[in-house]
Ligand binder design. Structure first.
Ligand code: GCB
Length: 605
């Protein structure tokens, strides 16, 4: 009996002090775009760099028991206090910390951010704190109250703060920790910079007590004459409430009433002009309920496969692509703005692209929306990269949450044609199960797009290349990375190999290419010279033309990008040099080799 009492008491204490606080304030309100009453919290935020997490771990307190870097200012000098937000340095939000301060270039750990803001929330309104993304683990306090936690560096998150915001001055304290974890997604090893910080915008969203939480508007079951609209409300009056969906240019205005679950869905006949790369037509869509309206710009298109053909709006399409990391054009920090997106995507257009692979994680919303306006189809991916912990249920839950959030945010983007669940994952039974579950989840969340993953090639007989990955049977496309002529032989190998496939699906090369340093000259046999990279692209293009059923290519990569794996002094200097454009924006000769082929292909359409 005594034992039982003790263990019950222990369990109770554990539940009070040790269990992570539940995210009860977390709301799937993915985007600020098109919403009224949004207040930006972007700008300079005070910060304290805290590798030992002193702000968090008051040694008398359990870490989950509210211990945190309280919003203190060192104004009372009679009291011992060893930090002071008021005099702390500042970091720009949004922005990575690595490129803002020399001492944070390689930093991986905790940084505390603080911002003060004035607010006056009217009676009956609700308020949410929305983050576009922060890498990797984020905990948020408002006026001293912990309001939520998020894991994952590239997906949006939003916490309700209605009951903690006060009239007048408020304080928001955010702990961002970019330490890598073996069980994380991604895991400890990757080939891109582990930028830390609040990397995307922070906003306050004010809504009515019942508000429009999400909407999905698109063609119904690939029928180009039927549009399906679904809306979800949140709040005390969410059930049985009227919602109006309007697409003025199509003369559509429909009222419908939500069910007991706060959701509604209806379809309507229409003949929209279809979204294509040549004519990226978007329609204004207004969704209103009560006094609130959410505005969007939505395109309509179908994407499907037929044998080894890829069909956009029922017509065969070839993806003239390029891979892109979310890094700014000239200073190679984390990109987050529409301007950043526009520069990178203009380069892709100059190359002749109609498709971009946004590697290796969900890029910011501006990137996807700007690509949509510019007529670029998109491959969007979660960072299930290399050696994930396939047997760990928490790792799976993390990957699935990132997948759901990626799809939740971008469900209305016509230009996204493929959701990718992974990149270059070594084969094993647990990996196949893990990825098959993710593929099924993607299809359950969105049946209107294709599902892919970047697999790896096989060479069962020397010179005979193929894909034997069992995942190929599960995916909609036979998508894979091949580095013939770089990791696999010299460029001469491109001339010697033949490709064939047993599976009748569209073949997509999601990576190929090799390094070259802008302005570094030598023989075309010498690695990292412009001459090597140019020869590699020339021979590669000739090889690609011989691949049966090839439906698209996205070489690696648009621009040189920061990577901690790339150590060669005077050649790499912390940059992966496979860009067709240097980190300073200079076009390497290989850029023009690919551009020439893409122009030929575009002419053939
Ligand atoms: C790959 C990876 C990519 C790397 C690239 C490289 O296969 O998918 O993330 O950056 O190769 O340059 O090695």
């Amino acid at each position: 009996m005594k034992k039982l009492v003790i263990s019950l008491a222990t369990a109770l204490l554990a539940s009070i002090f040790s269990l992570p606080a539940q995210n009860s304030r977390k709301v799937d309100l993915y985007s600020i775009s098109g919403r009224e009453n949004v207040t930006s919290l972007d700008g300079m935020w005070r910060n304290i760099v805290d590798p030992f997490e002193n702000g968090y771990y008051d040694y008398r307190l359990n870490p989950t028991d509210g211990g945190y870097a309280q919003d203190r200012s060192y104004d009372d000098h009679t009291r011992l206090q060893e930090y002071d937000f008021a005099t702390a340095s500042q970091l720009a939000v949004p922005g990575d910390w690595n490129t803002q301060s020399d001492r944070l270039y390689y930093y991986e750990g905790t940084v505390w951010y603080r911002k003060r803001f004035d607010y006056d929330l009217a009676e009956g309104k609700r308020l949410f704190a929305h983050f576009g993304a922060a890498n990797y683990e984020t905990i948020v306090w408002v006026n001293g109250k912990r309001v939520g936690q998020h894991i994952g560096g590239f997906t949006p998150f939003c916490f309700e703060i209605t009951d903690v915001v006060k009239k007048g001055e408020n304080s928001i304290v955010v702990k961002v920790d970019n330490k890598r974890h073996h069980e994380g997604v991604p895991t400890v090893n990757s080939d891109w910079w582990n930028f830390g910080g609040i990397t995307r915008p922070v906003s306050l969203i004010e809504t009515s007590s019942t508000f429009i939480k999400s909407h999905a508007v698109g063609l119904k079951n690939k029928d180009v004459k039927k549009i399906e609209c679904s809306v979800t409300l949140d709040g005390p009056q969410a059930a049985g409430r009227e919602v109006t969906v309007e697409i003025p240019e199509l003369k559509i205005k429909r009222n419908a009433v939500t069910g007991a679950d706060g959701k509604l869905s209806f379809e309507v006949k229409a003949s929209p002009e279809l979204w294509t790369p040549e004519n990226p037509k978007l329609y204004a869509v207004n969704i209103s309920s009560g006094e609130e309206t959410v505005k969007d710009e939505i395109g309509f298109r179908t994407i499907e496969t037929k044998g080894n053909k890829l069909l956009l709006n029922g017509k065969e399409v070839f993806l003239r692509g390029i891979c892109i990391h979310e890094e700014t054009a000239y200073d190679s920090g984390r990109a987050w703005s529409r301007e950043h997106a526009h520069t990178l995507l203009s380069w892709a257009k100059e190359l002749g692209c109609n498709f971009v692979r946004l590697a290796h994680y969900p890029h910011n919303e501006e990137m996807v929306r700007e690509a949509e306006r510019m007529g670029l189809m998109v491959w969007s991916e979660i960072p299930v990269y290399w050696t994930i912990h396939w047997n760990n249920p928490d790792t799976y839950a993390n990957a699935e949450a990132q997948l759901s959030d990626m799809i939740g945010r971008d469900i209305n983007r016509a230009n996204i044609i493929i959701w990718s669940v992974a990149n270059e994952t070594p084969r094993s039974e647990p990996r196949n199960e893990f990825l098959t579950r993710l593929v099924n989840k993607a299809r359950e969340l969105d049946g209107s797009r294709l599902v892919g993953a970047a697999m790896e090639k096989d060479e069962p007989v020397p010179g005979k290349l193929t894909i034997n990955d069992p995942l190929g049977k599960v995916l909609d496309v036979l998508s894979f990375n091949e580095y013939v002529g770089w990791y696999d032989g010299n460029w001469e190998k491109c001339d010697r190999v033949d490709w064939s496939f047993d599976i009748d699906k569209p073949v997509l090369i999601t990576e190929c290419g090799g390094g070259g340093v802008y302005g570094y000259h030598g023989s075309d046999k010498e690695r990292f010279t412009e001459e090597y990279q140019t020869a590699l692209y020339e021979h590669h293009v000739a090889m690609l033309k011989r691949i049966p059923g090839l439906s698209g290519v996205a070489p690696w990569i648009l621009k040189d990008f920061r990577s901690p794996r790339r150590h060669l002094a005077d050649i790499q200097d912390d940059f992966n040099r496979k860009g067709l454009i240097s980190d300073k924006g200079q076009r390497k000769p290989a850029f023009y080799v690919l551009q020439k082929w893409y122009k030929e292909l575009a002419g053939q359409e």
